[in-house]
Design a protein around this ligand. Structure first.
Ligand SMILES: CC(C)(COP(=O)(O)OP(=O)(O)OC[C@H]1O[C@@H](n2cnc3c(N)ncnc32)[C@H](O)[C@@H]1OP(=O)(O)O)[C@@H](O)C(=O)NCCC(=O)NCCS
Length: 167
């Protein structure tokens, strides 16, 4: 299984681990600070840190949250990890942290066969991040329409499904 070259990554000093219940409010604040996300109620992040901690990662620098990824195993395909939200705060971006968080989550579980997420067409940073992550794992991204106006309404950009097999 391929893993990311994280030992000498330029995000040294940032530690990534599973959340505790106390991380709900910081994750909620990080979602707001990141921009570009549908921010959910505080309750959702607190609940996530309780029930989906095993598939969630929090990145901290000097104890402060600088990024996170909330994910879950798809109930119908439990070896597929679906990324619900991933965010890196603006000051920590473009240093590979988003990719490192994804590698951390996949490496935490030995049995995953695929990673999925949905992305809007215009989210170039997210598309680049998932593309680089896929290449680093010896894989590639397949893109297909998933949620359109019939699901999300006219005020929300369509969301394409990214599917990345994990060799
Ligand atoms: C998407 C996000 C998590 C990426 O975090 P990050 O730590 O900067 O990601 P990485 O550094 O690992 O990778 C980002 C890639 O996008 C590229 N990139 C960054 N901003 C870009 C932009 N505006 N246009 C094109 N490419 C961009 C980087 O060069 C890098 O590409 P590379 O792998 O070829 O070097 C971060 O931008 C973010 O939090 N965005 C707001 C929330 C969001 O959109 N989340 C994703 C929803 S699916």
């Amino acid at each position: 299984m391929a893993t990311a070259p994280t030992d000498d990554a330029p995000t040294d000093g940032i530690e990534i681990d599973a959340p505790t219940l106390a991380d709900g409010p910081p994750l909620w604040r990080a979602a707001q600070a990141a921009g570009g996300l549908d921010v959910n109620p505080l309750y959702a992040y607190v609940l996530w840190c309780r029930d989906f901690a095993a598939t969630t990662a929090v990145a901290r620098m000097d104890g402060e949250v600088v990024g996170y990824c909330t994910a879950y195993r798809r109930p119908d395909v439990p070896t597929t990890l679906f990324v619900w939200q991933i965010a890196v705060l603006p000051a920590a971006r473009r240093r590979g942290l988003g990719q490192r968080i994804l590698h951390h989550l996949v490496d935490r579980h030995g049995d995953l066969t695929a990673l999925e997420a949905t992305v809007t067409h215009d989210n170039e940073a997210s598309l680049a991040m998932f593309g680089t992550f896929a290449r680093q794992r010896g894989s590639e991204v397949s893109v297909s329409p998933l949620f359109g106006p019939e699901h999300l309404g006219d005020d929300h950009e369509p969301e394409d499904l990214l599917h990345i097999p994990l060799p």
